[in-house]
Design a protein around this ligand. Structure first.
Ligand code: SAH
Ligand code: SF4
Length: 371
């Protein structure tokens, strides 16, 4: 796997006070920036560790860095945090965090604990990658917002840092999914920096086996991501034919179902990895056994597992969730014909934290702030 050049952001890394955002860099990028400023490379490494391992929010806390360097940093750089605008806790233990960014826009992260998971507890965090989303999938409430802006690398990784701080060392996050608000691969450059920080053992130190990036199917970005980082990829398929997918996912007009499936077949996946195909089941639309039969054909030659997501109903759409019996027989059909297939449990529905429910609270009621 290529590790690529250090990330030195092309766009301005300054926040609104003209300070350099130290969270905008991956480790190699931060080291290079320190060198560029006439400082020692290893000081950049130390700063990186303070930011991502110790979670400091001021250079003054970096006590193994000389005072003069700290003061210089204080004057020229910042370590932005997300303001907590609210935390809701579901009866099933799911926690939804509402964050306010520096420009006043709001994003959400959802923590989903599974303490009874076989072998050891699974504690998954689902994070946002954009404010809103440009992809306009008809069934998805985040799509209604349109795209307000891309999240910066620091804003994406800070969701993980701050939730970990809130949960404490006795409840470490074990799995990370980019399945919150936004289309991660539409913000690819920033996602790559964020993922490097997450994977870095002096950063957030998560395993690539435990990180999943979910995409609507942006073909060139899928190829690029798979060629530079070994994380898991999930594709929101949601249909069993091209024509059906076009109806609910406009991106299909750009990248056809055939092109998407061919891309999935050709991705350079490590031996043990499979692509997850998310399949939102909508009653009377894509939940018949004919759909299941077509899915089997589509998956020929693809290292796949299917994740069925019964539609989470909401007052903004006239879409129904299939019955449990229907979901079970669909799953059964696939499993008995050799596919790996699971059904995603709806978690945190009482606090609107389930799939497709993000963003409809604050962002849809209030005009969002753009800078
Ligand atoms: N943009 C990326 C990442 C967001 S993941 C993507 O689409 O893959 C959001 C997931 O929730 C997607 O798989 C989407 O298909 C699913 N989803 C959206 N609205 C939903 C709803 N009301 N019920 C269940 N799943 C939904
Ligand atoms: Fe965007 Fe994903 Fe929702 Fe589609 S399903 S509108 S890509 S967040």
């Amino acid at each position: 796997m290529s590790t690529e050049a250090p990330y030195i952001p092309r766009e301005k890394v300054h926040d609104r006070d003209g300070l350099v955002d130290l969270k905008a860099f991956d480790r190699a990028g931060l080291e290079a920036w320190f060198v560029d400023q006439g400082e020692k490379r290893f000081r950049g490494h130390q700063a990186f560790k303070w930011i991502w391992q110790r979670g400091v929010s001021s250079p003054q806390e970096m006590t193994n860095i000389p005072k003069t360097t700290r003061s210089w940093l204080e004057e020229n750089a910042c370590i932005p945090t997300l303001a907590t605008a609210g935390v809701q806790v579901s009866e099933d233990g799911t926690r939804k965090y509402l964050w306010e960014c520096h420009d006043g826009s709001h994003i959400e992260s959802v923590y989903i604990p599974d303490e009874d998971h076989p072998s050891k507890p699974r504690r998954t965090l689902c994070i946002s990658t954009q404010v809103g989303c440009a992809m306009g999938c008809t069934f998805c409430l985040t799509g209604d917002m349109g795209l307000k802006r891309n999240l910066k690398p620091g804003e994406i990784a800070t969701q993980v840092l701050q939730v970990a701080q809130d949960l404490g060392p006795e409840r470490p996050i074990t799995n990370l999914v980019m399945m919150g608000m936004g289309e991660p691969l539409h913000n690819l450059d920033h996602i790559i920096v964020t993922l490097r920080t997450m994977l870095d053992e002096d950063g957030l130190n998560l395993s690539h086996r435990k990180i999943t990036v979910s995409t609507v199917g942006l073909v060139p970005a899928m190829k690029k991501l798979a060629s530079v980082l070994p994380v898991n990829i999930a594709v929101s398929l949601n249909a069993s034919t091209h024509d059906q997918r076009v109806q609910v996912m406009p991106i299909t007009k750009k990248y056809s179902m055939a092109e998407l499936m061919q891309t999935c077949k050709d991705l350079p996946l490590p031996r043990a990895k499979r692509i997850t195909f998310e399949y939102v089941m909508m009653a009377g639309f894509n939940d018949s056994l004919e759909d299941a039969a077509r899915l089997i054909k589509l998956m020929k030659g693809v290292k796949s597992k299917i994740n069925l997501i019964p539609y989470n109903e909401n007052p903004h759409r006239d879409i129904k969730r299939p019955s449990d019996a229907q979901v079970r027989s669909f799953q059964q059909y696939l499993v008995t014909r050799g596919l790996h297939c699971s059904v995603r449990a709806a978690r945190g529905r009482d606090i609107s934290a389930a799939c497709g429910q993000l963003g409809k609270g604050k962002e849809l009621q209030e005009p969002s702030v753009e800078t």
